[in-house]
Design a protein around this ligand. Structure first.
Ligand code: AIR
Length: 162
């Protein structure tokens, strides 16, 4: 059964959502994808968000530019909503503020980066899922090992000068 629902605001977000999907697969987290825009298809978006609580533990919202989807989703479900807006070059990236600035009572948690969005979802699910907790522990160890390996390679002047 899927635990994570990814809702994207447009088909143009699919490549970024596929990156999130790969990261979720690596964390052994089954997930589903939907497309719904808070601006363009609000009825469908609301239905998807309202029905999500029966099937999922976490929602990841992916909407660029003016991200209404994340606040819209968070305001209409008790599930945790992770806002994962794709980075854009518009307005020097300032459109990210639309994912961050929320009215009282509305609190999506904004994360930048596809793997970070997947990791944040996994951490929430690990609170009530031992298997995911174990997967996360291994993933943390692997990250630390990579840093130690690199330290080993470069320290004491071992690195080849190019
Ligand atoms: N978007 C779609 N409806 C509302 C918003 N904010 C977002 C999409 C996409 C970007 O705007 O999530 O990141 C461009 O959408 P489109 O529809 O032009 O492809």
């Amino acid at each position: 059964m899927s635990k994570v629902l990814i809702i994207m605001g447009s088909g143009s977000d699919l490549p970024y959502c596929e990156e999130i999907s790969i990261a979720l697969d690596e964390l052994k987290l089954p997930h589903s994808l939907r497309v719904a825009s808070a601006h363009k298809t609000p009825e469908e978006a609301l239905k998807i968000v309202r029905e999500a609580a029966d099937k999922f533990k976490v929602i990841i919202t992916v909407a660029g530019l003016s991200d209404s989807l994340s606040g819209f989703a968070a305001a209409n479900t008790t599930l945790p909503v992770i806002a994962a807006p794709p980075l854009s070059k518009n307005f020097s990236g300032m459109d990210i503020l639309s994912s961050l600035s929320m009215p009282r009572g509305v609190a999506p948690m904004t994360v930048l980066g596809a793997s970070q969005a997947a990791l944040a979802a996994a951490k929430i699910i690990a609170l009530s899922d031992k298997n995911i907790e174990i997967t996360l522990e291994k993933s943390l160890e692997t990250s630390a090992l990579r840093v130690r390996d690199m330290d080993e390679k470069v320290r004491d002047g071992k690195r080849k000068k190019t």
